[in-house]
Design a protein around this ligand. Structure first.
Ligand code: F6P
Length: 555
């Protein structure tokens, strides 16, 4: 028997009834009614502090959300994931990214295999390799040490590596330069390799399946680029390593499997940055710091597994997202890191959240009658303030925001003294964090018509200067952007995606939605080439576009 739809559950109905009470309430009122709200509606775990008080909820909202989560079996499903059950039902696989960060010596047996031992065996090989490259012991074909690392991959085989490299660049070995090639647009490869000496360049070909068109195309371009300069097939062994689950594919490409770092089908692409897919990260920051990052992931895993719902960061974030999305009608989330190092974090989260939960059927294939994943997007904070924040503050849509900040700067700069002043208190970082706090405050509380009038604003301008407020946000603070903090932060979002996927009863670990475009692209590429190809049988729009392309290219 099919279970009753999510929206038919009594716990859902109770939330709908509660919404009727909550919808007209303003955050001004909620804060005025409870002077301790800011301190009370906060939770900590794995080195992160989450202030969720600026959401349009009260204690009752949260209790009703917890009840819904329990009714959906969140706790049991969480246990099932950690135990290695095959919760990725459409691909009939366990989902075990949490095993990637379990400490050495712990054990998790899946299908008769201790996956933790396997994970650590690969981590040790990665560390040995990284130490050789970082120390200059690993040399290229002509004997020169490696100075440039180019990661070739796409999706989870690119976004995690590039995000982590940018995030942890502060800790990176500066003599090595890092580049990331993902787009099948030849420009990506050309610009990444411009000015580099192939004799000093190492390519990491990252692909879980080792069948992905973009990655294999770029890997072939890389081999041709190397061969043109080094002129010897034997050079491949010194300039190419692979990260994949597909040893046959790696061999077929011509990379010796001795230079391959493996992982397993139970690691989803978008959950793989802490597997061997993170080889570029380990090359940049070294094995020790990579292990610090894994410890951060693991700390959040343990927090998610053990903390009561009321203090559980991923549970709170996931459920608040459901409230904003399914009850308050927000169809988007802005992720706003107040850290330049996290510039690629929103892009990373886009795959994590939208490839995971952008689904229109439940795990058993029934069509959902509720919204699933919202659209995630964002930019580093202060830059966004001078761009799209206008819409967040005064537009017609509700855009819940996640503000992310760090208390200590990694690059402290003094504020420049004003003319005539001889001391300057604080540093540039205070300004950055002041901006973060000011945004959350103004989104929540806005500016009333009375306040605008009291400021002496001309009548004609008053309506333009009113801020309704009542716009929800989370604020996530960590002490400092360390590898540990990054691991905790990523795991926080991974598990909050899991919480939401569980409530929506969707398979957060498959990605069938990317297949159709892929299937159509290969024959289309042939049709673009050939003037005398058989008659075009696409729709009239696609046919006309193909003809136009051919005409412009003189084909
Ligand atoms: O976009 C679909 C996808 O399968 C992602 O899930 C994955 O991260 C990406 O392609 C790359 O896949 P692969 O690592 O197998 O090349």
């Amino acid at each position: 028997m099919k279970e009753r739809s999510l929206t038919g559950k009594p716990q859902w109905k109770a939330l709908e009834e509660h919404l009727a009470w909550m919808a007209p309430r303003h955050l001004r009122e909620l804060f005025a009614d409870d002077p301790e709200r800011g301190a009370r509606m906060a939770a900590q775990g794995a080195g992160l502090y989450l202030d969720y008080s600026k959401n349009r909820v009260n204690g009752e909202t949260l209790d009703l959300l917890f009840a819904l989560a329990r009714a959906r079996g969140l706790e049991e499903r969480r246990e099932a994931m950690f135990a290695g059950a095959r919760i990725n039902v459409t691909e009939d696989r366990p989902t075990l990214h949490v095993a990637l960060r379990m400490p050495a010596g712990s054990k998790l047996v899946v299908d008769g295999e201790d996956v933790v031992a396997d994970v650590h065996a690969v981590l040790e090989r990665m560390a040995a390799f990284c130490n050789r490259v970082r120390s200059g012991q690993w040399t290229g074909h002509t004997g020169k040490p490696i100075r440039n690392i180019i990661n070739i991959g796409i999706g989870g085989s690119d976004l995690g590596p590039v995000m982590a490299y940018e995030a942890l660049r502060f800790y990176s070995q500066r003599e090595l330069s890092f580049h990331f090639v993902s787009n099948v647009d030849g420009t990506d490869f050309t610009e990444a390799t411009r000015g580099l000496d192939p004799a000093e360049t190492l390519f990491i070909v990252c692909s879980k399946t080792f069948t992905t068109l973009e990655t294999l195309t770029n890997a072939h371009a890389a081999r041709a680029w190397c061969m043109q300069s080094l002129g010897d097939e034997a050079a491949v062994a010194k300039h190419f390593v692979a990260v994949s689950t597909n040893a046959e594919g790696v061999e077929a490409f011509g990379i010796d499997t001795a230079n391959m770092f493996g992982f397993w089908d139970w690691v989803g692409g978008r959950y793989s940055m802490d597997s061997a897919i993170g080889l570029s990260t380990m090359l940049a920051i070294g094995p020790e710091r990579f292990h610090e990052m894994l410890a951060g992931f693991q700390a959040m895993d343990e927090h998610f597994r053990l903390a009561p719902m009321e203090r559980n960061l991923p549970v709170l974030m996931g459920l608040l997202g459901i409230w904003n999305n399914n009850f308050l009608g927000a169809n988007t989330v802005a992720v706003l890191p107040y850290s330049q190092y996290l510039s690629r974090f929103p892009a990373y989260l886009q795959q994590l959240t939208m490839e995971s939960n952008g689904k229109h059927v439940t795990a058993d294939g029934s069509r959902v009658d509720y919204q699933t994943a919202p659209v995630y997007w964002g930019e580093p904070g202060t830059n966004g303030q001078h761009s799209f924040y206008q819409l967040i503050h005064q537009g017609t849509r509700l855009v819940p925001c996640d503000f992310i900040g760090f208390c200590h700067p990694l690059n402290p700069l003094p504020l420049q003294a004003e003319a005539g002043a001889d001391t300057v208190a604080g540093d540039q970082h205070d300004l950055l964090i002041a901006n973060l706090l000011a945004q959350g405050e103004s989104l929540a509380f806005g500016k009333t018509p009375a306040q605008v009038e009291a400021e002496g604003t001309a009548d004609a301008l008053q309506a333009h200067r009113v801020f309704d407020g009542n716009r929800p946000s989370n604020t996530i603070l960590a002490d400092r952007l360390t590898p540990h903090a990054l691991g905790s932060l990523v795991a926080l979002y991974e598990h909050s995606v899991f919480v939401q996927g569980t409530l929506w009863n969707i398979d957060s670990f498959d990605q069938w939605g990317v297949e159709l475009g892929k299937q159509l692209a290969t024959p289309l590429a042939e049709e673009l080439k050939a003037k005398d190809a058989p008659a075009l049988t696409h729709d009239s729009s696609t046919n006309t576009l193909i003809q136009r392309y051919r005409a412009v290219r003189g084909r």
